[in-house]
Structures are given as structure tokens and as C-alpha cells.
Design a protein around this ligand. Structure first.
Ligand SMILES: Cc1cc2nc3c(=O)[nH]c(=O)nc-3n(C[C@H](O)[C@H](O)[C@H](O)COP(=O)(O)OP(=O)(O)OC[C@H]3O[C@@H](n4cnc5c(N)ncnc54)[C@H](O)[C@@H]3O)c2cc1C
Length: 229
């Protein structure tokens, strides 16, 4: 069993959202004692370390929406972070391809959304240029999106946590420790885990696809349910 410790903030979930939250908070407020609690033996073992590794451009999202703004500013920050900290990545670009006439109206809609979202460098290209960029790809029209890329999300997650931990020697990464229940008190919360308990003034939940389970465990009344398919 671990001993009881006091933290200013406990972050639950060690995927990229929990890691980025830890990194940003700890960098901005180095004096805060923060713990990141993750139930798996290593970071990024759920969605983050098993996804397609794409740095999305923000091409498809509704212009002006929070999703569009978050995706575009997040992409800039992620690539800058990867460059600064030598995280494996490649801004290789992608082509969105219309394979026949039927797809052209939707193709035009995507291009218009991309322009409204100010996706850097997008341009319409023809069949020859498509083949030149990707010889295995055939289409009647393409949108070249040069700012899309691929990245090692696991490496980025680990680096964010490493940097956060270096800012305060009393902050902790607690792996292999599942949050089982939480008791709230006026000034603090007690987090009961598979290894013991921790006391924190503030909690931040970053449980990914288990966010609904964590909310339920924390007696938050939600109608939403994450459904795997
Ligand atoms: C198949 C697939 C492909 C994808 N491809 C891409 C892509 O190419 N590019 C892209 O940008 N996005 C992609 N995504 C989306 C992206 O992976 C997610 O948005 C992102 O990883 C979510 O990060 P997260 O930290 O919220 O969740 P997660 O990475 O799932 O992390 C949540 C963490 O919480 C932990 N946790 C849960 N419950 C508890 C508990 N009780 N106690 C302690 N810890 C707990 C889990 O163990 C887990 O590590 C993809 C998603 C999927 C499913």
C-alpha cells in the first residue's frame, strides 16, 4: 500500500489529455504539488498509444467552432513541442481524393471548409499531381493538405510527463494504480485507489473512453454513455 500524500491537484488518467494537462499546469504553476494517477503499468496505453498517429489539420471541422480552433492551435503546439523535444514526427501532408464525379460536391464542400478554417497551404490538385505525390493513389481531383502529419503520440505523452515531473520534485506519476472511489469533503477530496489513498484539493478527470465510468463512480449524474463499436 502507498502512504497517504497530499496534493494540490490530482489528475486521473495518463493518456495525452492527462499528460498535457499535467505539463501545462506544472509549467505554469511550478510550486503546485500534482499527481497523475494511471491505472495501467505505463502511460498512453489506451487510445493515445494505440491510435493512428495522425496530426490532424482541422480540415473538416465547422469553421469558428471550438473543435476547429482547438484542433488547429493544438496542431501548432504539438508540432512545436515535437520539434523542441525531438519527438518522432513527420509533417508529410495528405491528399483528400475524389475518386469519381459523384464525390465532387462533397469534395468542394471540404475544400471550402478548409479555406474558411485557414488550413495552411491547401490547394486543389489534378490526377497527375496526385500520382506524383502518392503513386499508389488514383483520383479525378485531390486536395493537397501539406500541414497534416504523423507523430509518436506515446513519445509525446511520456515527454510531457517527464518535463512536468522535473518542475517539482514533490509531484508524482503513479502508475499501475486504479482510482476506485472518491470521497469529497469541503476543502479536499480523498481518492481511494487499488494501492491506497491520496488527498487532493482539486481533481481533474482525463479518463478518455472511461470518462463516463469515472463520472458515475464520482456520483455525477450524466445521460451520456461511451459505447464501443
Ligand atoms: C482507433 C482510434 C484511432 C485514432 N486516431 C487518431 C489519430 O490518428 N490522431 C488523433 O489526433 N486522434 C486519434 N484518435 C483519438 C485520440 O487517440 C484520442 O482523442 C486521445 O488519445 C484521447 O486521449 P485521452 O487522454 O483523453 O484518453 P486515453 O488515451 O484513452 O487515456 C485515458 C487514460 O485514463 C486511464 N484511466 C481510465 N480510468 C481510470 C481509473 N479509474 N484510474 C486510473 N486511470 C484511469 C486509462 O487507463 C487511460 O490511460 C483515435 C482514437 C481511436 C480510438
Amino acid at each position: 500500500m502507498t502512504t497517504t500524500a497530499n496534493y494540490d491537484i490530482a489528475i486521473i488518467g495518463g493518456g495525452i489529455v492527462g499528460a498535457a494537462t499535467f505539463y501545462k499546469l506544472q509549467t505554469r504553476y511550478p510550486h503546485l504539488k500534482i499527481c497523475l494517477i494511471e491505472k495501467m503499468p505505463k502511460l498512453a496505453d489506451h487510445q493515445t498509444g494505440n491510435n493512428s498517429g495522425v496530426i490532424h489539420s482541422g480540415l473538416y471541422y465547422k469553421p469558428g467552432s471550438l473543435k476547429a480552433k482547438n484542433c488547429i492551435s493544438g496542431r501548432h503546439e504539438l508540432v512545436a513541442f515535437a520539434r523542441e523535444h525531438n519527438i518522432k514526427h513527420d509533417v508529410c501532408g495528405k491528399i483528400v481524393v475524389a475518386t469519381d464525379e459523384k464525390e465532387l460536391p462533397n469534395f468542394e464542400k471540404i475544400f471550402k471548409t478548409g479555406l474558411e478554417n485557414k488550413i495552411e497551404g491547401i490547394e486543389k490538385i489534378g490526377p497527375d499531381k496526385i500520382r506524383e505525390i502518392e503513386p499508389h493513389c488514383v483520383g479525378i481531383a485531390g486536395i493537397w493538405v501539406p500541414c497534416t502529419g504523423i507523430i509518436d503520440f506515446r513519445g509525446a505523452t511520456e515527454k510531457m510527463v517527464e518535463i512536468a515531473l522535473s518542475k517539482n520534485t514533490e509531484s508524482r506519476l503513479l502508475l499501475n494504480e486504479e482510482v476506485k472511489s472518491i470521497d469529497h469533503h469541503e476543502t479536499h477530496s480523498v481518492i481511494h485507489t487499488s494501492k491506497g489513498k491520496h488527498i487532493a484539493n482539486k481533481l481533474i478527470f482525463c479518463g478518455g473512453l472511461q470518462a463516463d465510468r469515472l463520472a458515475k463512480m464520482d456520483k455525477v449524474s450524466i445521460r451520456e454513455k461511451v459505447v464501443g463499436f
